[in-house]
Design a protein around this ligand. Structure first.
Ligand code: FPP
Length: 278
């Protein structure tokens, strides 16, 4: 159904290999999404400027991506820059993040190729500075034929605005095809999301301890397992993603159903009573 990258377990660090050995290969998630948070705090704890936290964060992006490619994870999606970051952060920080993204793409393309990583983006990327868009397209084109992990960077991304964009595009299609609104299905909405070409995330990781989704992949996380770690993003490494996957493999995913093998009660003949209580 979806491409699975070739395994390169021998390239993991010994510590990563030890965690990987505990994983059930057949239950490796198809898609891991990460809310990378805590760059500013990482810098603050060291009395450093925030931009140094972002710089270390970019290094963590590359290391985690390479581990993902070694374990054959098909899809890795990282929340790199939200619409809210763009609107609410000081211009100097936004400009720095844009320059960092360009430098990151330029200096890591070789490693992406070595790791067979394909790069994609989601978000209102047409609103980013033109020179950043050029560099993004350059990296996407150069890696287009790679067959391992697809690294998707969410840039100028918001979950609600993604849904707005999907509705706009669906409404246009419906006008052309003269389709009545009561024929809209979940599948129609899925087809118009930025993520139409990928499976929904099985696992969403958030660093820095915050228990929020922060407008990331709102439609897609309906049945996603969530893993929150107190670790700050610049300290997050491949081994921590493997630990999150290990935790994920102990979850029971029920998608609203019953997975425990219990016989369903014969409820047809039972009277329905309200139970009084406080
Ligand atoms: C949150 O830290 C992180 C971001 C603003 C987005 C993630 C950005 C990076 C990892 C760096 C660049 C990425 C690429 C792909 C080159 P924060 O500033 O919100 O941290 P805080 O909550 O501790 O202040």
């Amino acid at each position: 159904m979806y491409p699975t990258g070739a395994l390169r377990i021998h390239e993991l660090t010994p510590e990563e290999r030890a965690v990987h050995a505990t994983l059930k290969q057949e239950c490796i998630p198809q898609h891991v999404a990460i809310i990378m948070d805590g760059n500013g705090r990482w810098a603050g704890h060291r009395s450093l400027k925030r931009f140094l936290g972002h710089q270390q964060g970019a290094n963590a992006v590359q290391l985690v991506t390479e581990t993902a490619s070694r374990i054959g994870l098909p899809w890795l999606t990282l929340y790199a820059f939200s619409l809210e970051n763009n609107l609410r952060r000081p211009r100097a920080e936004v400009n720095f993040l844009m320059r960092l993204l360009k430098t990151y793409l330029e200096s890591n393309l070789g490693r992406m190729m070595d790791n067979n990583v394909r790069m994609r983006y989601i978000g209102r990327t047409h609103e980013l500075p033109p020179e950043v868009q050029d560099k993004m397209r350059w990296a996407e084109d150069a890696t287009a034929n790679n067959t391992g992990t697809t690294l998707t960077l969410a840039l100028n991304y918001g979950g609600r605005s993604e849904i707005v964009d999907a509705f706009r595009s669906l409404a246009t299609e419906m006008k052309i095809t003269h389709t009545s609104p009561d024929r809209i299905t979940e599948e129609d909405i899925h087809r118009h999301l930025y993520t139409a070409h990928m499976p929904d995330p099985d696992l969403m990781v958030r660093t820095s301890g915050e228990m929020r989704i922060s407008n990331f992949l709102l439609w897609q996380v309906a049945y996603t397992e969530i893993f929150v770690t107190n670790r700050l993003w610049p300290d997050f490494r491949g081994i921590h993603m493997l630990e999150a996957i290990e935790d994920f493999q102990h979850r029971e995913r029920r998608y609203g159903g019953l997975n425990d093998g219990t016989e369903s009660d014969d409820v047809q003949s039972l009277p329905v009573k309200m139970v009084a209580g406080r």
